[in-house]
Ligand binder design. Structure first.
Ligand SMILES: C[S@@+](CC[C@H](N)C(=O)[O-])C[C@H]1O[C@@H](n2cnc3c(N)ncnc32)[C@H](O)[C@@H]1O
Length: 291
């Protein structure tokens, strides 16, 4: 369950509030929202209209705290669509950053799936946890593997993973980890590996072993074309299939009575997305026969 509600005023200014807040006010007046259900229009004491609604994931992500720049919806949409990420899948992601991508991945795999997200910076992981809590992708104060349990034993680690897997009222399908993914991926048989980090080519060898051979896919997002090239070369060297690199440019449209035209301001370049599929390995006996 989301821990926030949204107020939109007559000018379409948006305010994200904690669920327990009972009163709201701005220059258009004060409203009492204590007993009002979501989806209500409320008049302020001086006659202006406010709308109390449920925030979308996008509303929350636009207003949440950031440790690093987040991926934009256009790029997130492309990653989910090209990888064909579905309900019930297991996704491993790095790095978590502010968790914008993580939140959409969690929505895509749903309650039957899970997202295990690696981040090497503890400060970023903690900010991400707050953001994940707001949308119900983790439980309140959920343990981040590697920070809260510095001295944990193996059996304690297993216990944390099990606890994290308990599905609560929200999706609660994200597991956060502190770790450098270039040093290895602990999970095996994963369906999709999503990398938003500067050197994804250093993860491709681990990806080859960790991905489910029947359907494992990988996605890399990088801002520079030289990085995209290094990523593709690493994928080719390790025999990945269906390699595709794309850039997504979005133009907003201004639609008014005067006419319709592209917005004069736009986000130009953000990054390149490369997706690919892991090549199934030959059985050892087959290899012998061929020799
Ligand atoms: C651009 S940000 C990710 C933003 C995120 N996708 C979002 O939408 O909020 C890149 C993150 O990757 C982390 N990172 C970089 N290299 C890493 C590695 N080898 N293992 C784990 N995390 C890494 C960085 O600390 C940083 O937080």
């Amino acid at each position: 369950m989301k821990t926030k509600k949204l107020i939109i005023d007559e000018r379409e200014k948006k305010y994200l509030l904690k669920n327990k807040v009972n009163e709201f006010g701005n220059d258009l007046g004060v409203i009492n929202i204590s007993d009002k259900p979501l989806g209500t229009a409320i008049k302020s004491h001086n006659g202006h209209e406010f709308y109390l609604v449920e925030p979308t994931t996008y509303d929350i992500i636009k207003k949440m705290k950031r440790s690093v720049t987040t991926l934009l919806p256009k790029d997130i949409g492309m990653i989910i669509a090209y990888c064909g990420i579905e309900d019930g899948e297991t996704v491993v992601e790095a790095g978590t950053g502010s968790a914008a991508l993580t939140i959409y991945l969690a929505n895509a795999v749903g309650k039957n799936g899970k997202v295990i997200t690696y981040e090497k910076r503890a400060d970023a992981a903690k900010i991400a946890r707050t953001n994940l809590e707001i949308v119900g992708a983790v439980k309140e104060n959920q343990k981040i593997i590697g920070i809260d349990e510095e001295e944990q034993t193996e059996s304690e680690k297993e216990e944390i993973i099990e606890t994290n897997e308990i599905k609560e009222s929200g999706l609660c399908n994200v597991i956060q980890k502190i770790g450098d993914i270039t040093e290895g991926i602990e999970e095996t048989n994963i369906d999709v590996l999503v990398l938003d980090m500067p050197d994804p080519w250093n993860v491709v060898e681990h990806a080859k072993k960790a991905l489910n051979p029947s359907k494992g896919r990988i996605a890399m997002y990088v801002p520079y074309i030289e990085q995209a090239k290094k990523g593709v070369e690493a994928l080719k060297e390790r025999g990945f299939l269906d390699i595709l690199t794309v850039e997504c440019i979005v133009r907003n449209m201004d639609i008014s009575e005067k006419g319709v035209r592209p917005s004069t301001r736009m986000v130009g370049h953000t990054g390149y997305i490369t997706v690919a599929r892991v090549r199934p390995q030959q059985e050892p006996e087959q290899e012998q026969e061929q020799l």
